[in-house]
Design a protein around this ligand. Sequence first.
Ligand SMILES: *Cc1c(COP(=O)(O)O)cnc(C)c1O
Length: 340
Amino acid sequence: MIIDLRSDTVTKPTSGMLQAMMAATVGDDVYGEDTTVNALEQQLANDFGMEAGLFCPTGTMTNQIAIRVHTRPATEVICADNAHIFKYEGGGIAANAGAQARLVASTYGKISASQIAEVINAEDVHFARTALVCLENTSNRGGGSIYSLAELNEIANLCKQHKLPLHLDGARIYNALAEGDYTSKHLGNIFNSISVCLSKGLGAPVGSVLLGSKEIIHEAKRMRKLMGGGMRQAGYLAAAGIYALKHNVAGLKHDHQHAKQVADVLCNNNLVVSMMPVVTNIIIFKLKDANTADALQQQLKQQHILANKVSTTELRFVFHLDVTPTMVNKLCSAIEAFKG
Ligand SMILES: *Cc1c(COP(=O)(O)O)cnc(C)c1O
């Protein structure tokens, strides 16, 4: 039994999901004829109260398409210093959109309206034009933190004042919805585009959907083709997404409970010196020093428990639907037994 806490991307389709995939009716999605893809796009668009959706292979692609659609070359994208779009998308803001990132020092991955206001450039030939604000909810590198409705509304109002579009990297948006004080419809109102991942905690093997207005999605479809992301009988993959939305959203709460249970045990180990607030399914914690972090990673691995290091002294556990209560108990015992 391997307990894989490296990411919530490691989930494998269940037999129920595989059956739903095999039973899908499909067509050529580049011609718009895949009824299952169309159904998934429409379902998510309706759920968030947005006009249209676009099924893509990855969340990187949905984010990068959104950035490209909202910006022009030589403009600026405001985001957190540890945002996925900046840190983990291969330099795509520059390569795909010809834009640059304007980084804001985040608190657990979150940035505030006042911080954003400070970095919106005035009209001046020296400055890149500010073109877009991107938020991440939950924040991956911020330890799964979530925005509150008040924080989001404040940022949305600022963006409206400055006529700036607001994009949401919602790779784990259902984790945020499980804990946040808002609904998907609130988010559809606040953001101009939203990227939703189906292949994280929701357990689908592949797939993300970009949501937005008809105009944005029309442009996005061009960009998806240009990037090589126009797929043909993609309904087999979209069926997994529809299945995931029906069966795997409620279980996210269990992942969050598992994270809290393990966080409590970590707090009692005096080799753990700090931990980001545990709000959803991610725990990022700091060990006494780099050797201790290596030792914990190695000792867990000997017990078939896999975890990623996110810096020399920090480890990350990510909980997901393939992590059972039994596995959580085994992890807790392993942490209790860890003496360096
Ligand atoms: C995983 C992730 C993505 C998308 O990743 P893909 O592997 O390209 O699907 C985007 N944003 C965040 C915050 C993520 O964690």
